[in-house]
Design a protein around this ligand. Structure first.
Ligand code: PLP
Length: 282
């Protein structure tokens, strides 16, 4: 693989980042994952807008303009000859002598790599996934997409150890989101329920597009918090993320949701999202 590090495209084993990089020492770094279909980027303008928002929230600055970042992204797709998968991008505050205070003059680092994998035809999309609940032990600025992912990684491992595919995180009795996805249910009355945007969840790019598509198709969308009990009694559940698009959840805390098969609404929204994604390619 060819990776990008601070101005250079290099074979992955030749790329270097400083031991003093604040991304490494403090998780003082933000990231975006754009999905690649047909060798092009899905909804990338939305990812770049969120990158800017994360950078601004942390007073971090970018090493170059968003236009230049996109040009580097497209060059990465070409150099890696990737057709389907993901493009990971990370910006850190850069290297500085270790100190909790933000350094005044560090130069932000920019790193990118690609991951080739199927996105459209996956077993998860076909059969649905199982989730279990775990306590949400993350920080209070989940709306900033930082690389401080250890609590999410721990929750994912807890889910895998319990024989499930992922965890839905619970705080104060309500589901916040999945470890790396937004959580949604469809009630038996056909209402799509999803938690409202706040500092408690990541403002998913896919969540936004899917809610708009749902409303266009006449599905009633209600943005409010829901409990694990409401999931157990739902007609359907699903996740959204750039990597998984819309993926049905068919088992919750060891019990099937209705018949344990992917729901109609999730299937329809996945089709609509794929059509949207193909139109957004750049
Ligand atoms: N929530 C969390 C915690 C995430 O890490 C992600 C994606 O990585 C999402 C939600 C989904 O966001 P998006 O649709 O922008 O990929």
């Amino acid at each position: 693989r060819i990776v990008y590090v601070n101005g250079e495209f290099l074979p992955e084993d030749e790329a270097k980042i400083s031991v003093f990089d604040r991304g490494f020492l403090f998780a003082d770094a933000i990231y975006e994952v754009s999905t690649v279909l047909q060798g092009k980027l899905v909804d990338n303008a939305a990812h770049l807008a969120r990158l800017q928002r994360s950078v601004d929230a942390l007073n971090m600055g970018l090493p170059c303009s968003l236009e230049e970042i996109e040009a580097i992204q497209l060059e990465m797709l070409k150099r890696n000859d990737i057709n389907e998968g993901g493009l990971y991008l990370q910006v850190t505050r850069g290297a500085a002598d270790r100190d909790f205070a933000f350094p005044k003059d560090s130069k932000p680092s920019l790193v990118m790599f690609t991951q080739s994998r199927p996105v459209i035809d996956t077993a998860a999309a076909q059969n649905g996934i199982s989730v279990v609940t775990t306590p949400d032990i993350r920080w209070q600025r989940r709306d900033i997409k930082t690389v401080g992912l250890l609590p999410a990684s721990m929750a994912k491992q807890t889910a895998l150890d319990a024989g499930a595919n992922d965890a839905w995180l619970v705080e104060d009795g309500f589901i916040t989101e999945g470890t790396s996805n937004n959580a949604h249910i469809v009630t038996k009355d056909g209402v799509l329920l999803t938690r409202a945007l706040s500092n408690k969840i990541l403002h998913g790019i896919t969540r936004k597009a899917v809610l708009a598509l749902a409303e266009e198709t006449g599905i009633t969308v209600e943005e409010r918090s829901f409990t694990p009990d409401e999931v157990s009694n739902a007609a359907e559940a699903f996740i959204t993320s750039a990597s998984m698009f819309v993926t049905p959840v068919v088992t919750f805390n060891g019990e099937p949701i209705v018949d344990g098969k992917p729901g109609k609404v999730a299937k329809r929204l996945r089709e609509l999202y794929i059509a949207f994604a193909l139109k957004s390619l750049k």
